[in-house]
Design a protein around this ligand. Structure first.
Ligand code: SF4
Length: 165
């Protein structure tokens, strides 16, 4: 039975807490599916992988996802960035609601640590080498970007980059 405590957080029965924590560790597939479609529209359609041959992505992260929209080289718009970051927050923040409501502090700590490890690994080893410069997480060094633009004039033009020649 649910009761509301003075600090405002609901207290659930042990059965309900178990149910909520299961929902937290197995997030709703619909949330991830919708976020994946949004990600492909607002971010992947700017990625050079999207311009490769075939009707589905062949990249390391979204391999096999259908290319439903046209390739749009160049940076993401402010709206696209907001939608991407909002979607990212929804997917990663979704389990927090259930872990907090279910007072599953141990699982919350595990989730926080594994998420921190995941993003640290992503930023260090993958975002630093990814050719989608439009992504807000991209951290490729400037001189590497410049070298990429010199070899890919169409993309450089879409980014408004002037050749050094
Ligand atoms: S590398 Fe990343 S941005 Fe590029 S298509 Fe794959 S998932 Fe999308």
């Amino acid at each position: 039975m649910k009761t509301i405590f003075a600090h405002g957080l609901p207290q659930f029965s042990a059965r309900r807490r178990r149910h909520l924590s299961r929902r937290a560790v197995v997030p709703c597939p619909l949330v991830r599916h919708r976020a994946g479609l949004l990600e492909i529209r607002v971010m992947c359609s700017h990625c050079p992988h999207y311009a490769e041959a075939g009707s589905s992505l062949q990249c390391w992260a979204n391999y096999g996802s259908p290319k439903l929209w046209k390739y749009r080289p160049g940076p993401m718009s402010r709206v696209e960035r907001a939608l991407f970051l909002g979607g990212l927050g929804a997917v990663w923040g979704y389990p927090l609601i259930f872990l907090l409501a279910g007072t599953q502090w141990f699982l919350l700590a595990v989730y926080a640590l594994t998420s921190a490890g995941f993003f640290a690994t992503l930023k260090t080893y993958l975002c630093s080498q990814c050719m989608n410069f439009a992504c807000p997480l991209n951290s490729v060094q400037d001189e590497t970007r410049q070298a990429f633009f010199e070899r890919n004039p169409r993309i450089a033009e879409a980014w408004g980059v002037v050749s050094r020649d």
